[in-house]
Write a protein that binds this ligand. Structure first.
Ligand code: C2O
Ligand code: CU
Length: 664
């Protein structure tokens, strides 16, 4: 069973527990003793099953069960045992009768167990990992208050009844008293709850940095370096050129090839924005202007390890570019491969509405390796995949795109996922190699066939093959009507597209051949753990049901402190039932393991890796690019809902902080 299935099963069992404890309590209160007894037996069994599911889940990692094992289950076990001892004998004795009154303590104890079961579930969904003292104290006192409240209400009721039966003297005063007691208790519980929620939210703003086991001020020099001074090199390599571009951000109505019109936010009125290309060693200089995007825009070079001041993060590396303003980015294209750019201000909805484009840097010496097929002709297609209002657009086409390539042509398809969700990619009609992932070449990738690939949000794959003398189809999300068709010359032949939905997924952690690593990830200087889940947390000053990291939302999540030269290890845990494409700016990360099994193929460098529900990824990087860098979920609505933080180098400061740095 996968961890995600276990998490789901455990939620189900927990819910069944709440229902059966409540059912038993209500049945007892209604004097349906036989039913109450049955539900009590059921509740006990469900609780025992729960102990089992939590134990199995604990085997997958403590992060998945901490609050259940330390708080939810113990609380339930105590309350449940008390309920069995208090209510069990009475219900058993009265099982053949109904309507006869049992002591109020019977129903009260059962309802208290139900409260405890419910409280555990609430803690799991509202607080998650890690469990904090305020959460534990609030939970225990809430359950106690709940027990008290139920007891008062039930004894009050019993007294009222007794009164009705026995005498009618001063009935008003007595029931008024009961009511007052009830109101007092309710107010108390409400105040406790409100105070508790406040305390939980306040407990969010503790440390502003965590050091991951490394020293707090390793450099100790005391001289601060501003990101404003960390700007890209001005000179190209000896035989390189300066490539100048002006990109103007503006709203536009763009017509797709199907005739469909999109109200878009664009760079230069185009969807996608202009395809930027360069040769290794060139200097890329882009002047960004903003015509009429009121939210402001920037350019972030996704996956490109520019100097921090060129990274395009508003409130961190620059101010957002407002209407009528401009900003000039300049960096040397030393990294070869497939990348993309997008706005980092209002990135949700900006990127979704069209503020993105591709960046491809080709080697200066056109290398003809066997990976490229060695063919004489070349076809090199850059294919950003984006969804506009439900329609998948590849490049600038929302229908099927067609190309011809003579048999023997060396084809390279550069796939870029500019969406917030993953895409499933399949290539039918040929075997192929995955030459590069996120712009970085793999080591000796072997040919594969009839496999699919999962392309994370923000990720890129370069697929290479030699054009056969039959047609080839790139199929996206198993939709045979869409995608890209390549024909071997005569446009008359339609490719025969296969059903790709049953094809297994290629596991990139087992693909290609191992090679020497540039650093030893097993002797890391710092280690950080990021547990991703939903939780009640502050996001930008407002309480919300956030996409949280370690129970906190941006900007309350402490910065991860590193020093130049450090080897940094991350453990990223997904406790939620959604996929989180985890993205680090300024550095590629080396994938070490997923769910405890080590990467056994080519060294795999990624800037965005999909952490699926229940998965645990270990990655490492070398801190060799000083700055303050965003580290966030590339499902951009998630980032907006709190799932982002900073990796900050010791001694680096920003003059651009505006309280919600790096927004989306
Ligand atoms: Cu492509 Cu911070 O993102
Ligand atoms: Cu996410």
């Amino acid at each position: 069973m996968t961890t995600a299935q276990l998490i789901l099963l455990d939620h189900g069992v927990a819910l069944a527990g709440v229902a059966s404890w409540f059912g038993a309590g209500v049945a007892a209160a209604l004097r349906r003793h036989r039913l109450g007894l049955g539900l009590l037996v059921g509740a006990v069994l469900v609780t025992l099953v729960r102990v089992a599911t939590v134990s199995v889940l604990a085997g997958r990692g403590w992060w998945f069960v901490a609050e259940k094992a330390l708080l939810g289950l113990p609380l339930l076990c105590v309350a449940g045992t008390a309920a069995v001892v208090i209510a069990g004998p009475g219900l058993w004795a009265a099982r053949r009768t109904s309507g006869e009154r049992l002591p109020a303590s019977c129903a009260v104890s059962l309802l208290t167990a139900a409260c405890a079961a419910l409280a555990g579930l609430v803690v799991t969904f509202a607080a998650g990992y890690p469990l904090t003292w305020p959460t534990a104290l609030i939970t225990v006192s809430s359950v106690a208050a709940c027990a008290l409240l139920t007891a008062r209400a039930m004894t009050g009721e019993a007294q009222d009844e007794k009164q009705d039966e026995e005498q009618r003297a001063e009935p008003d005063r007595r029931s008024a008293l009961t009511r007052r007691r009830f109101v007092n208790t309710a107010v108390g519980v409400a105040a406790l709850g409100a105070g508790g929620t406040g305390a939980v939210l306040m407990s969010g703003s503790t440390d502003s940095v965590v050091t991951g086991g490394g020293p707090a001020h390793p450099s100790g020099s005391g001289t601060a370096l501003s990101v404003a001074d960390l700007r890209g090199p001005g000179k190209p390599s000896p035989d390189g050129a300066v490539r100048r571009h002006v990109l103007t951000a503006k709203t536009a109505t763009v017509r797709l090839d199907s005739g469909r019109e999109i109200d878009a936010w664009t760079y230069d009125g185009r969807l996608p924005g202009p395809a930027l290309t360069a040769t290794e060693g060139d200097v890329i200089e882009v002047t960004l202007r903003n015509d009429d995007i009121d939210d402001g825009v920037t350019l972030h070079w996704h996956g490109y390890d520019v100097a921090c001041g060129e990274d395009g993060v508003p409130g961190l590396t620059q101010h957002a570019v407002g209407p009528g303003e401009e900003f000039v980015y300049r960096f040397r294209a030393d990294q070869v491969g497939t990348y993309w750019y997008h706005t980092h201000e209002a990135s949700d909805p900006g990127v979704r509405k069209g503020l993105y484009g591709t960046l491809v840097v080709t080697p200066r010496e056109a290398r003809r390796t066997d990976q490229d097929g060695g063919g004489r002709e070349r076809l090199d297609l850059t294919l950003p995949v984006h969804t506009f209002a439900g329609a998948v657009v590849v490049g600038d086409r929302d229908g099927r795109a067609g190309h011809t390539a003579a048999p023997g042509t060396a084809v390279r398809l550069r796939l870029v996922n500019t969406d917030s969700d993953p895409h499933r990619v399949a290539l039918s009609g040929t075997s192929f190699r995955v030459a590069a992932v996120d712009g970085r070449d793999l080591n000796r990738p072997g040919p594969v066939r009839e496999v699919s690939l999962r392309l994370p949000a923000g990720g890129r794959y370069d697929l290479v093959f030699v054009m056969p003398d039959t047609a080839v189809a790139l199929v996206l999300d198993d939709d045979r009507e869409k995608g890209v068709w390549l024909r071997p010359g005569d446009a008359g032949h339609e490719p025969r597209t296969e059903d790709t939905s049953g094809w297994p997924e290629l596991d990139l952690l087992r693909y290609g051949t191992p090679a020497r690593l540039p650093f030893d990830p097993d002797t890391a200087d710092r280690e950080f753990t990021l547990v991703l889940d939903r939780a009640v947390a502050m996001v930008d000053g407002r309480p919300s049901y956030a996409q949280a990291v370690n129970g906190l939302g941006h900007p309350s999540i402490p910065d991860l402190l590193v020093a130049e030269g450090d080897v940094v290890r991350f453990t990223v845990v997904n406790r939620s039932l959604e996929t989180h494409p985890w993205h680090l700016h300024g550095h590629p990360v080396l994938i070490l393991s997923r769910d405890g099994s080590r990467c056994s193929g080519s060294p795999l460098w990624m800037d965005t890796f999909d952490v699926r529900p229940g998965e645990v990824w270990e990655v490492a990087f070398k801190a060799d690019n000083p700055g303050i860098w965003m580290n966030h979920c590339h499902n951009l609505p998630h980032a907006e809902q709190g799932m982002m933080l900073h990796v900050s180098y010791d001694g680096v400061t920003t003059p651009f902080a505006d309280g919600h740095a790096g927004h989306g």
